[in-house]
Design a protein around this ligand. Structure first.
Ligand code: PLP
Length: 366
């Protein structure tokens, strides 16, 4: 990854001097299972409704700052008041704004790594200290007593459920205890929530935990990573802060139109989500087969649309998957706690068969 030039290091704000321009490590490949996107074709009725909505959207007017129609639809879906919903330009914008509004110098964000690398990045932009409560190195489960202890003196906590890249869920019971312990705000990032078993969302806790913020996105289950749309569910006064600090036109008219149509057609995505979950279990079962175990491969259960696999010479395997098979997966082997780990997005049955066959050859399990 590139560093800033010496000239720029001298000119940027001092806390940004060590920053490295983001490299998504993207190589065009035949099969891309690297970014946890939904690789299935969008259900035809949803796609038709989106096309119609886009065609009917005037482009000459500024967008509705608070995405009124979409916000109403999201509120209806989740059974909350519209005052409890704020839409953003992807979940990433809302994560950044969360740190911008509630973090800052002298304040602490608690995270449970290995988790989503953007948390620490946004914390560094907002000059917020990060207190890391490391997950169990074997199971990636959260150290609950250590988390509760850290939460007591933190302004912010982010828990990820299902966790990217390890796939673990956080129980509602633990979320509630963290909310009770923390004097600040507790975000549960449910970017992959639709792939988790029913009843595992933290959203029902909003009624009794006024410091809870639940983050969702249309990028994963809804297959709309390209339109950039996420939203938070939280108490009205928390939403007011998100609303007050956002770039007012960050969610453009096309995104609002497409997202509203997708959410109205949410029932049609159920089949795709079910298929991804059943493919995830098939992929996990295949990777747990004795021939892979004998080749030194280890996998963890996952509640997301991805699986984490540890194997000998992981970086080399990843490079050969890309160069010899034109299959892209994500290398986490350089991340603390994840040595030897690759993250594989669950794709279509054909894509999963291709990655299984290639992995078998490359790890010697064939
Ligand atoms: C993908 C993802 C998000 C949000 O992604 P957007 O595309 O910005 O909506 C948030 N958290 C986690 C853990 C993710 O993996």
């Amino acid at each position: 990854m590139a560093e800033l030039s010496a000239r720029m290091r001298a000119l940027v704000q001092p806390h940004l001097a060590g920053i490295e321009p983001y490299d998504p490590n993207f190589t065009p490949t035949r099969i891309n299972l690297s970014a946890n996107e939904n690789t299935y074709p969008m259900p035809a009725p949803a796609r038709a409704a989106i096309n119609e909505a886009l065609a009917a959207t005037p482009l000459n007017r500024y967008p509705d700052p608070m995405s009124g129609a979409l916000r109403n639809e999201l509120a209806r879906w989740h059974g909350v008041d519209r005052a409890c919903v704020c839409v953003g330009n992807g979940g990433d914008e809302l994560l950044y704004n969360f740190l911008l509004a509630f973090g800052g110098p002298g304040r602490t964000l608690v995270t449970c790594p290995p988790d989503f690398s953007e948390y620490a990045f946004f914390a560094s932009l907002a000059q917020t200290e990060v207190a890391r409560v490391w997950r169990d190195p074997a199971t990636f489960e959260i150290d609950a007593p250590a988390l509760l202890e850290a939460a007591r003196t933190a302004q912010l906590v982010i828990l990820t459920s299902p966790n990217n890249p390890t796939g673990n869920l956080v129980s509602a019971e633990l979320v509630e205890r963290v909310c009770a312990a923390c004097p600040g705000l507790v975000m549960v990032d449910e970017a992959y929530g639709e792939f988790a078993p029913a009843g595992t969302s933290a959203a029902p806790l909003l009624e009794r935990c006024p410091n809870l913020v639940v983050l969702h996105t249309l990028s994963k289950a809804f297959g709309e990573a390209g339109i950039r749309c996420g939203y938070v569910l939280a108490a009205p006064d928390v939403v007011e802060v998100f609303a007050a600090i956002r770039q007012i036109y960050s969610v453009n008219v096309l995104t609002q139109a497409a997202a509203t149509a997708a959410v109205r057609n949410r029932a049609s995505f159920g089949r795709v989500v079910e298929q991804i979950c059943s493919e995830r279990e098939r992929l996990l079962a295949a990777l747990r087969a004795p021939r892979f175990a004998a080749a030194g491969l280890e996998v963890w259960p996952s509640a997301g649309n991805f699986v984490l696999a540890r194997m000998p010479r992981a970086s080399q395997v990843r490079a050969r998957l890309r160069d010899e098979y034109s299959i892209l997966v994500r290398d986490f082997s350089y991340v603390p706690g994840l040595d030897g780990c690759l993250r594989i997005t669950v794709g279509t049955p054909d894509e999963n068969n291709a990655v299984l066959a290639a992995l078998a050859e490359l790890t010697g399990a064939a």
